[in-house]
Design a protein around this ligand. Sequence first.
Ligand code: SF4
Ligand code: SF4
Length: 446
Amino acid sequence: MGCRPPVIVPERGDEPAGQAVLALSASSRAALDLCVHCGFCLAVCPTYDHLGIEDDSPRGRLHLIRNLSEGNIQPTGKVLEHLDLCLDCRACESACPAGVRYGVVIEDARAQLEAVRPRPFWAGGLRAFFLRGVFPRPAILRALARGLRLSQRLGLDRAATKLGLVRGRMALLADTARVPRQFSSDLLPGLTPARGARRYKVALLQGCVNDVLFGPTNAASVRVLAANGCEVSIPAGQCCCGSLAFHFGGIEQARAQARRNIDVFLETGAEYIITNAAGCGSTMKQYDHLLAGDPAYAEKARLVSAKVRDITEFLASIDLAPPPLPVRVKATYQDACHLAHGQGVRAQPRKLLSMIPGLELVSLRDSDTCCGSAGVYNIVQPEMADALLRRKMENIAATGAQVVASANAGCMMQLRLGARLYGPPVEVLHVIDLLDRAYGEGNGHG
Ligand code: SF4
Ligand code: SF4
C-alpha cells in the first residue's frame, strides 16, 4: 500500500480539463484535505478487495472527487461508475488513521452529481415518485405495502416474476420480504407506559421499511424498553428518516424529512430518540450536519442528533433488568455498517446477546464487512452485492450458528435472501427479537 499517490488512469471519454462540476462544502473539503494517501483504508474496502482497482478504493474515489472539484476530470460514465460502486459502508472511516470522514465527502459528491447525471425520462420519474411521493408519505407507503401483500397472497408477485415483469434482485427481495398482516403503526399505541416506575421518557422512530416489514421487531422494541422502565412514545407525524433519499442523492428531500422529524420528535419532550435500524440512526445522528446551514433548524437539529441512540446502545448503557428465560441457540452477530462504522456501536449489541441465558454467541469472521445490502445498493449494483453476500454466507456457514443476529432491517433482508439462495438455512433476527424472547414476550419473528 505505502504512501504512493494514487494514479487516475485516463479513460476514453474523459475530458482532460474543464469546468468543475463539484462545489464541495467546507466540511467535505476539510475531510478531503486530511487524506495523506497512506492507503490503510484499502485493506478494508469491500469493492477494492473484490476488484483490486485503485479507483474503486476509498483513496482512489477521494482522488476522483478532488479532481472533479478542480475541473481536472469530467463526470464521464466511467468516473460515475467508480463512485456508484461505493457502498457508503464507511469501513474506510474506521481504518483511517487521519480521521478522514469519507461518508461526508461521498454523500456531498453524490448529491451534486445527481444534477449532471444523464438518466432516461422514465427512470427520473420513477426516482422522483419514490423519493418525494412514497418514502416521506407513510400513508402511501402503507397502501403500496398492502398492495404487495395482497399480490403475495394471490401469488401475483411470483406470476409477474415468471412473466419477466419484475426481474433480478428486486424480484428476489420482494419474494423474500413477505409483508406481514399488520404494520407496526397498526400494532402499537402512540404511548406505552413504563412497566413499573418510569425511569426514562423515550420516543421511537418506527421507520418506513421497518413499519411495514418489521412491525414485530418494533413491537419487541417497545416491550423491551417498557420492561426496563421506559415510557415509549411513537409520534404519529414522523416520517422516513431521510436515509433513502440520501442514498438516492436527494439531499434536499432528506433535509425536508429531517425538518419534519425534528419538529415531531422535539414535541414529544423525550430524553432519548431510539432507533432500531442502523441506517436510520446514523442519518438522524447527522441531522446537525445536514442542517448546519439552515438558521431556523441548525440548533434544533443539534438537539435532536444529541438525543438519538441505537436501541442496543441505549439498553447497554442503562441498568438492564436481567432477561430471565433461556434462549438455547448458537448465534452469531453481523455488524451493520452504519452501526459499527457509522456510529461506533460494536460492543453493545454483543453485550446484550451475551446477557441472554442459554444463548451461545460465536464470532463471525469479517463481521463488520458489508453484506451487500447498503440501502438500495443490492438493487442497483446486484453483481457486487451478490459477491459480498456469497462471501458473508460462507463465513456464516463456518460458524455453525443457527441464528444470525443483526440490528438493521436492510442487513436482515439481505441475509434472509442469502440464507435462501446460498444457505446455510439460518434464522435471521434482530438483536431485540432475541432479547424479547428472553423476557418472555412475542416469538421474535420479523
Ligand atoms: S482516507 Fe485515510 S486511510 Fe485512506 S488513504 Fe486517506 S488518509 Fe489514508
Ligand atoms: S465506504 Fe465502503 S465501499 Fe466505499 S470506499 Fe469506503 S470502504 Fe470502500
